[in-house]
Design a protein around this ligand. Structure first.
Ligand SMILES: N[C@@H](CCC(=O)N[C@@H](CS)C(=O)NCC(=O)O)C(=O)O
Length: 263
């Protein structure tokens, strides 16, 4: 880690690439407590791509140099160059960053449509899972987090019922040996997108602060979801930069006011 002229920390992650292809130059602007940025870290780790990293302080207004990179001021962003082939390009919005990386470097994360005729259908399944997670689960999770204490138990039941109805069947072909989406032995793009939110849900439930601890016990009754979520939460590409304490404290700092009534 080195301090730079603009006061941020920059570090280099030289994992090496597979396949003998000249690596692109990737610079990731991130903050390790952010679940959206976590998506980019998981993709980079699984793809074994080397990258440089600058940590963006989310507790202070974004400096102009970062707004010039990402006018929305959010993390993550990547600066991407393939020397001699692609000029420097800035890409932001975590889903787009992760998808771009997965499409650029075909891997078990997301099948490439270029060589594999079964890929479009497998990609559609992954996208359906992500869409279901975002459209059906996110609002019920927020419902639990924002609910006053007296209503939390009912809200958590609704959340788990939604997981059972919408997610449990989509994990039907997972197993102990192949616990990831679609019965994969390795992480997929589905996990890249949802794992950061999954691990934070469990962290909140462990703390019993925004999410009642009963959540942990209740999801144990869902065999597919609990097997899958355990494998995802323990995967080294998911745990690599994730710091449970910093992430949940960061959330409390940012959203403490909004959640005040639920303490
Ligand atoms: N839709 C964006 C959301 C990214 C986002 O909200 N990042 C948060 C950190 S988790 C952020 O940069 N917030 C700016 C701030 O806290 O001032 C994405 O998917 O990349």
């Amino acid at each position: 880690m080195a301090a730079t002229a603009n006061g941020t920390e920059t570090s280099v992650h030289a994992n090496g690439t597979s396949g003998g292809v000249a690596p692109p130059k990737i610079h990731l602007y991130t903050n390790h407590r952010c679940p959206y940025a976590h998506r980019a870290h998981i993709a980079l780790s699984e793809l074994g791509l080397p990258y440089e990293e600058t940590i963006i302080d989310l507790d202070t207004p974004r400096p102009q140099w970062y707004l010039d990179i990402n006018p929305r001021g959010l993390v993550p962003s990547i600066k991407y160059t393939v020397p001699g082939i692609e000029n420097e390009e800035i890409i932001y919005e975590s889903g787009i960053v992760a998808q771009f990386l997965c499409d650029s470097f075909p891997s078990p994360l997301l099948p490439s449509t270029r060589e594999d005729p079964t890929a479009p259908l497998r990609r559609a399944r992954v996208n359906f899972f992500i869409d279901t997670w975002n459209s059906k689960l996110s609002s019920s999770q927020m419902g639990v987090m924002k609910a006053p204490s007296a209503e939390k138990d009912d809200k958590v039941k609704e959340w788990v019922a939604t997981i059972e109805k919408e997610i449990e069947p989509l994990l039907a072909n997972t197993s102990d040996k192949a616990p990831f989406f679609g019965g994969s032995t390795e992480l997929t793009f589905a996990e890249v997108i949802v794992a950061p939110f999954l691990v934070r849900s469990f962290a909140f439930a462990k703390q019993g602060k925004y999410v009642p601890s009963s959540f942990m016990k209740m999801v144990e009754g869902l065999p597919n979801f609990s097997r899958w979520s355990k494998a995802v939460s323990e995967h080294p590409s998911v745990t690599k930069i994730y710091n449970e304490k910093e992430s949940t404290e960061g959330f409390a700092k940012k959203y403490g006011k909004m959640m005040e009534e639920v303490k």
